[in-house]
Design a protein around this ligand. Sequence first.
Ligand SMILES: Nc1ncnc2c1ncn2[C@@H]1O[C@H](COP(=O)(O)OP(=O)(O)OP(=O)(O)O)[C@@H](O)[C@H]1O
Length: 290
Amino acid sequence: MADYLFILNPNSGTSLGRNIDAVAHAIDAEASKNKHSAHILFTEARGHATELVQENLQSGNWKAVVAVGGDGTVNEIARPLVNQPTPIGILPLGSGNGLGRHLGLPLTLESSLKRLFAGSVSTIDSGLLNDIPFFCTAGMGFDAYVGHLFSQQTSRGLATYVNVSFKAYWDYQPQSFRVNGLETNAFSLTFANAGQFGNNAWVAPHANLQDGVLDVCTIKPFPKWFGTSLAYQLFTKQLKQSEYIAYQSVTEVLVETDKAPMIHYDGEPLQLETNVIKVKINPQSLNVII
Ligand SMILES: Nc1ncnc2c1ncn2[C@@H]1O[C@H](COP(=O)(O)OP(=O)(O)OP(=O)(O)O)[C@@H](O)[C@H]1O
C-alpha cells in the first residue's frame, strides 16, 4: 500500500504536461529511495483534484497528499484537507507558485521531492471568501482581471503572465468598493494569507501564514506612468513604502460592490453572483509539509 498520494495537474506551468512520465518516474524513484511508496493520480479537468482527494482520502493511511502543480492545484487539493490531520505536500511546478515560494520550497522537481521527504509538518491559516477557501491570496480588481485573462490563454508560465498583465494594465480602470462600510476607490483589493501572488510579486511582504490574520492590501489609484515604479516595489518587497498602498490586518472584513465582482482565489478567476463579500481567516486550519 502506497503511503504518499500524489496528484499531478498536467495543465500546470509550462512543461508538466509534456513530461508526466518522467515526473512520475522521478516521484517513484525518490519515494523508494526514502523507503516510501507513491500512488500517483492525474487530473483531467478543473476541480478534478478536489474529487480525487475526496475519493481517496479515507481509503489510505496517507502520510501526505502531494499537490504537483501551481496555486490552483494546491487550492483544489487543500480544500478537503482543511481541519483534517493529513498534511498537504507541495511540488511547486506551476506558473506562479505563490504558496510554495512563500514557504521557501525549492522550485525544481528534484529538489522539491528531496525537501518533501525530509520535511516536517507545520500548521498554517487559510482564508475564506464567502464560502470559497484560499490559501495564498484572494482578491478583486486588477489581480482578478489578470487572473481572468490568464485563464483564457492557451499557454501558461511567467512570460504569459507578464504579457497578459502588461496588456490589461493600459485600459484597466480602478473600481469602487465599500470596505467595512468605508467608500474605497482602488486599483486592487487583495486579501493576503501568504505574502505574494506568485512569481515573487510580494503584495504583502510582511504576511505571516501562522499569525491568525489576513492582510487587506489596498492599492490606491495611481498615475499610469507610476506603474513601473510600483511593479519594481512589488517585486523587491518594497511595496510597503509606497504612498499608494494601505494595509489592514483583519480576522474578518466585509466588502460590498455595486455589482457582483469578478474575484480570484489563489489566482483562479470567478465571477461572483453576489455583491456582498465576507472574507475571513480560518486560523491554524491546514497541515503542510515544509
Ligand atoms: N487536466 C486538466 N486540464 C485542464 N485544466 C486543468 C486540468 N487539471 C486541472 N486543471 C486546471 O488548471 C488550472 C491551472 O492550474 P494551476 O493553477 O495549478 O497552474 P498554473 O496556473 O500554471 O500555476 P499558478 O496558479 O501557480 O500560477 C486550474 O484552474 C486547474 O483547475
